[in-house]
Design a protein around this ligand. Structure first.
Ligand code: GUN
Length: 296
């Protein structure tokens, strides 16, 4: 079997176009412009790239972008004061504090100081609890993007066997909750899982989110399974820098029914879902109907 390639770049462009349409409608009919505030502490190069890209795409869909760049030695008190100010600013509907934070700042404390209704990352403990109990919440962007692609490909996911490899708070655990919410039978596998190849071979859906280059070989993949590769790993091969996923793409594509490439798969969906979450947060706080197809 040769897998169908799930084009995350095209899908993300479609999601952003849907967001842009809804934003234009909100402005015209309600006089409201959604606003996203992004807070970056320090000068981590990868974080700077992400933040720039987020700001650009926020403006492209017609939203207001507020960027707050703070010194690497900003105190916790000052950062919490900024979050408090953004929590109370009615022009700000979504707040994202870029992670990782410098070591002297307590990430849990900072994330849990964000108003849960503005927590467009879905990392606040209230949103984690709401998702875990099947209640309306803000859903972390990367797993939400994966879910959208899976629903688009399969329609219903009900009754499918899903394996999530990786148990991070940002991807693995919320991904498992979302798949359970769509009535999959879900296994969360991790570094201590016994017989990982056999566990993966049983799955109709494999979501790989471990951050280890090409650790899932094609012969672990069941014929016809759908493979969602969340990994973005920079490696050197043949003297060149290259981005690869957590799945060995070439061998997996020979067995899978559908697969996301790296780059151009899950990656572009994360920012698209951040914009979707900001729109959702804006609609909720204004008592307006939520945008269709852009939430879990
Ligand atoms: N750093 C890398 N990815 C993310 C993300 O999705 N959200 C936040 N807040 N920080 C990140």
């Amino acid at each position: 079997m040769v897998a169908q390639v799930i084009d995350g770049k095209a899908f993300a462009a479609k999601v952003r176009a849907q967001v842009a349409d809804q934003v234009a409608k909100l402005k015209e009919e309600n006089g409201i412009t959604p606003g996203l505030a992004v807070v970056l502490v320090g000068e981590d190069p990868a974080s700077q790239v992400y933040v720039r890209s987020k700001g650009k795409m926020t403006v492209e869909v017609g939203m207001n972008s507020y960027e707050h760049k703070l010194d690497v030695d900003t105190s916790e008190e000052d950062l919490l004061a900024l979050v408090d100010k953004l929590n109370n600013d009615p022009a700000v509907h979504g707040i994202l504090v870029q992670l990782p934070l410098p070591k002297h700042l307590n990430e849990d404390l900072v994330i849990n100081s964000i108003d849960p209704a503005k927590d467009v990352d879905g990392f606040h403990i209230s949103n984690v609890g709401l998702l875990g109990t099947g209640q309306k919440s803000m859903v972390p962007c990367t797993p939400l993007g994966c879910l959208m692609m899976l629903r688009d490909h399969h329609g219903s996911l009900s009754g499918m066997d899903a394996v999530v490899i990786g148990r991070s708070n940002i991807v693995g655990k919320p991904m498992a909750q979302l798949l359970l919410g769509d009535s999959c039978t879900v296994t969360i596998a991790h570094s201590r899982t016994k017989d990982l190849p056999d566990v993966v071979r049983r799955a109709d859906i494999v979501v790989a989110a471990v951050g280890r280059p090409e650790m899932v070989p094609g012969d672990w993949i069941k014929e016809g399974a759908t493979v969602i590769d969340v990994g973005i790993n920079r490696i050197e091969r043949d003297g060149k820098n290259k981005l690869v996923g957590d799945v060995d793409y070439a061998s997996a594509a020979e067995r899978a029914g559908a697969i996301t490439p790296v780059p151009g798969g899950v990656g572009p969906m994360t920012i698209a879902c951040l914009l979707a979450n900001t729109l959702t947060a804006c609609c909720r706080v204004n008592g307006l109907p939520e945008p269709e197809g852009l939430t879990a």
